[in-house]
Design a protein around this ligand. Structure first.
Ligand code: GDP
Ligand code: MG
Length: 214
């Protein structure tokens, strides 16, 4: 069920994807509790976190799905993706292969998340562990930005450890989704009106024919 206030959705499903160890769980806890957790005990299935925030005078509740240690591309069932409004892709700037795997995660999301009710997905790309930029960076900011741009993602370098950019990134995602929702609702409405007008026109066009011959 999808909840609205005016034209705005108020309950959002966000999923988080990326290789094991990139800091997905740490990022979510930094965002939700404002704390850095060193280690996280992976549970079976998906971990759900919720957070309610006010962005641009709209109160939005987010249900954030975390992989809970099942980072094989084929290990996440379609329920994980279904109905998602947005997806946060995460890589670790000190781990090149986590960056190289982004395409696979993106493909996975796109092939599983298709949902007629959420036609516009919003993507956030987080280049995490920016606190380690001076010792051991393997992916430059430019590489990250370029990938994000070519894949339609909003890009931030973040640190779950010191909290840098974490809140900003989530706010950007919520704004993206909120504005996309308005556009999607608007175009549905417009499409319906066009259909009505067309049907009306059809009716009018047929009338002379049906009455013809009198
Ligand atoms: P996940 O497998 O993607 O959920 O990754 P975790 O959140 O479990 O983090 C994996 C490891 O990276 C843990 O040891 C975290 O403490 C560490 N970590 C996560 N985020 C950061 C960060 O921003 N900076 C640093 N230095 N370490 C981090
Ligand atoms: Mg995790």
């Amino acid at each position: 069920t999808r909840e609205f206030v005016g034209n705005h959705r108020t309950l959002l499903k966000i999923v988080v994807l990326g290789d094991s160890g990139v800091g997905k769980t740490a990022l979510l806890h930094q965002y939700v509790d404002g704390k850095f957790i060193q280690t996280h005990q992976a549970t079976i299935g998906a971990d759900l976190l919720t957070k309610t925030v006010e962005v641009d005078n709209i109160t939005v509740s987010m249900q954030i799905w975390d992989t809970a240690g099942q980072e094989r591309y084929d290990a996440l069932g379609s329920a994980y993706y279904r109905g998602a409004d947005g997806c946060i892709f995460v890589y670790d700037i000190t781990n090149k292969s986590s960056f190289e795997h982004l395409n696979q995660w993106r493909q996975n999301f796109l092939s599983n998340a298709a949902d007629e009710h959420a036609p516009v997905f919003k993507f956030l790309l987080l280049a995490n562990k920016s606190d380690l930029a001076n010792d051991g960076r393997k992916v430059t900011s430019e590489e990250g930005e370029r990938y994000a741009q070519s894949s339609g993602m909003t890009f931030f370098e973040t640190s779950a450890k010191n909290g840098n950019n974490v809140n900003q990134a989530f706010v950007a995602l919520i704004r993206d989704i909120a504005s996309a929702e308005e556009v999607a609702l608007y175009s549905t409405e417009v499409a319906e009106r066009i259909k009505m007008v067309e049907q009306e026109m059809d009716g009018k066009n047929q009338k002379p024919n049906m009455n013809c011959g009198c």
